[in-house]
Write a protein that binds this ligand. Structure first.
Ligand SMILES: [Fe+2]
Ligand SMILES: [Fe+2]
Length: 332
């Protein structure tokens, strides 16, 4: 008679793993709601163009109270909108989207200074196609200057948030392909210089958890179907440079939108540096989208980043449990 194979369970290891996960859950976390690509269209004039093609659709008004209801119950510390707050970049829509974000912050207990926004390519669309020399872009007039570097303490942790404008400057882009490539992004040398200046005061302090906000995606999104003409038309021109520089600058997390496809990954360009977690949010409320969603992140600095996805149906937003991801962070 043969003896059945023996399976050894190391109880000490299992207990240690349990305690570790339990301890992590008990640590205070920074709670972030990450919305993107709301695509507000609030004026009747621009609404008429919505039927032209799906890329210029506006927001679904039914999603707005649903967002307010769900996000108010999450009580985040920070609210972030990573661009394409509007579809055309007209002032009434830009103002309506900003008012909605401020109202959302008010209902969720997020103070105004903890609400962050950056422009997307659609927010500056009118300025691309009817540029008036010397006139400030509609986006800048409504949302003000970019907060290039900002820091605060939340849940006992030091946090630094860096904002980028990755929309293209049409000057110097006189290509005939402009209507096709106009949705691609780039971080300009001037923006890199401003970022480097903003980083300097905290660069040596390793206690800061650092987050970069950008609209375009620095990495191609996997598993998406390509464009009809077989060209990659939406990834940043210098996404590789951007993400490599972020890692050498000690960034921990990059949040972006643009593709309307939720996605996250860990990136490592420099093996000796900390890995970066890159997170894309879908479109929170664009009409007719395959899926509206937003991300809710719980960050425990030096321990973990957990990303939860909330998806919309006519019954409201609810968590998509299968989409939750936790990235463990190096403890250096
Ligand atoms: Fe968008
Ligand atoms: Fe975009």
């Amino acid at each position: 008679m043969t003896t059945p194979p023996h399976i050894t369970v190391n109880v000490a290891d299992s207990l240690a793993a349990y305690r570790e996960s339990d301890a992590t859950a008990a640590l205070p976390s920074i709670k972030i709601v990450h919305l993107s690509d709301m695509h507000f269209v609030s004026s009747r004039f621009w609404k008429r163009l919505e039927t032209l093609y799906e890329g210029v659709r506006g927001h679904n008004p039914n999603t707005l109270p649903a967002l307010e209801c769900e996000i108010a119950s999450l009580k985040p510390d920070i609210l972030i909108a990573t661009g394409d707050q509007t579809t055309f970049g007209d002032k009434p829509s830009l103002k309506a989207a900003k008012e909605f974000l401020l109202q959302l912050g008010g209902k969720s207990g997020v103070p105004e200074e903890r609400i962050y926004w950056i422009p997307g390519n659609h927010d500056v669309l009118l300025n691309y196609y009817s540029p008036i020399p010397g006139l400030r872009r509609n986006y800048d007039q409504v949302y003000g200057d970019l907060r290039i570097a900002d820091s605060c303490v939340i849940a006992g942790s030091k946090l630094a948030i860096f904002s980028f404008d990755s929309t293209l400057d049409r000057k110097g882009q006189r290509s005939l392909l402009w209507p096709i490539v106009g949705s691609r992004g780039r971080v300009s040398p001037r923006s890199f210089n401003s970022f480097n200046d903003g980083l300097k005061p905290i660069e040596a302090d390793r206690d800061y958890f650092k987050i970069a906000l950008i609209h375009h995606h620095p990495l191609p999104i996997p598993f998406k179907s390509g464009s009809a003409i077989g060209l990659e038309l939406t990834t940043m021109f210098n996404g590789g440079t951007f993400i490599a520089h972020m890692q050498e600058s000690g960034m921990n997390l990059i949040l972006h939108g643009h593709e309307h496809q939720p996605y996250s990954c860990r990136y490592c360009y420099e093996p000796e540096g900390n890995d970066i977690i890159v997170v894309a949010a879908g479109t929170a409320c664009q009409n007719g989208s395959k899926q509206n969603s937003f991300n809710y992140l719980e960050v425990v600095p030096k321990v973990s980043v957990t990303i939860r996805q909330y998806a919309y149906s006519e019954a409201g937003f609810r968590i998509d449990r299968g989409a939750t991801k936790t990235f463990r962070l190096a403890t250096t």
